[in-house]
Design a protein around this ligand. Structure first.
Ligand code: FAD
Length: 308
């Protein structure tokens, strides 16, 4: 890293950031990617990705991340492992503020992704790491032969519940409606899996336990108001995501949930600043859409730089 002005700084090294880096380096833009943890983003906590084209047998999230990183680096992508704490994006030169210094770039791509939403119920924080988890890939082996509760009804909840069945004896899958939102093929697999018991029309009210850890998840039937304590050793929460947007504050236009608003060229409300992947307002948050967005954003940044 040097103190010169970059053509492009990319914030976030998930599938979107790595793809933007690949395209920008091939366009010979002087590019820096800033990642606060490790490259790969959310796919690092995804056991198996089977809907990303080109891998007919599927691929582990970690393997896909490693391949994306290697491909971007092969074209010269430089990465700094730092956290961006704020940005000042107005004007021709954008300031990217880290803990102890600032970097400057002519264009900026924000690919900082998203993180799991919390339930905001009693016991959730108390038992986090002692039964409550947001990551089956990380924690499923701790629940071998046990019973867990999974909360949610979308693709991630169903896919990850299926993964849990490789370890646990039983999964109670709690969903607030009477049918799943997940892709049909995932629904079919979950509904025919003998280890998964559906708990329909129900919402979690509290996570219960004691010194030994989590003991049960209290759920309420939204139709009958009946309360039920599901005895379990763990609780996995997959109810959606929130953008990693604290560092953006009010510098860019965002929607009511905090996702960055962009047009079809991934341009934000500030000229020279682009956003792509899970952090933007989009109807689908997947690897395939993140990388597509990122390719558009990188080419749009190149055109902006060249005055097209
Ligand atoms: P992310 O992957 O969220 O990456 C963002 C990166 O930005 C992170 O590495 C983060 O550390 C970094 N970052 C954030 N803030 C800062 C900051 N201030 N400074 C520096 N760096 C920062 N999709 C599929 O297509 N198929 C699947 O099977 C699938 N399964 C999934 C299973 C799970 C459990 C989860 C959680 C997601 C799954 N997804 C799946 C969704 C997919 O992982 C995301 O859509 C995709 O990772 C989005 O990529 P992204 O680059 O936009 O964001």
């Amino acid at each position: 890293m040097d103190s010169n002005i970059y053509d492009l700084v990319i914030i976030g090294g998930g599938p979107a950031g790595l793809t933007a880096g690949l395209y920008a380096c091939r366009a010979r833009m002087k590019t820096l990617l800033i990642e606060k943890m490790m490259p790969g983003g959310q796919i690092m906590i995804t056991d198996w990705v089977e809907n990303y084209p080109g891998f007919p047998e599927g691929i582990s999230g970690a393997d896909l991340a490693e391949r994306m990183t290697r491909q971007a680096e092969a074209f010269g992508l430089e990465t700094a492992y730092e956290e961006v704490v704020a940005i000042r994006p107005q004007g021709d030169v954008k300031e990217i503020i880290l803990a102890d210094k600032s970097l400057f770039a002519k264009t900026l791509i924000i690919a900082a992704g998203a993180f799991a939403k919390k339930l905001q119920i009693p016991g959730e924080d108390e038992f986090y790491g002692r039964g409550v988890s947001f990551c089956a890939t990380c924690d499923a082996p701790f629940f071998r032969g046990k019973t867990v509760v999974a909360i949610g009804g979308g693709d991630t909840a169903v896919q990850e519940s299926l993964y849990l069945t490789k370890f646990v004896d039983r999964v109670f899958l709690v969903h607030r409606r009477d049918q799943l939102r997940a892709t049909r093929i995932l629904q079919e697999r979950a509904l025919s899996n003998p280890k998964i018991t559906m708990v329909w029309n129900s919402v979690p009210e509290a996570i219960l336990g004691g010194e030994k850890g989590l003991a049960a998840v209290r759920v309420r039937n939204v139709k009958t108001d009946e309360i039920q304590d599901l005895a379990a050793d763990g609780c996995f929460i997959w109810i959606g995501i929130t953008p990693n947007a604290d560092f953006i504050q009010d510098t860019l236009a965002r929607d009511s949930q905090g996702f960055i608003l962009v047009n079809a060229r991934m341009e934000t409300s500030v000229p020279g600043v682009f956003a792509c992947g899970d952090i933007r307002n989009t109807p689908l948050r997947q690897v395939a859409t993140a990388v597509g967005d990122a390719a558009i954003a990188a080419v749009a940044a190149e055109h902006y730089l060249n005055g097209f």
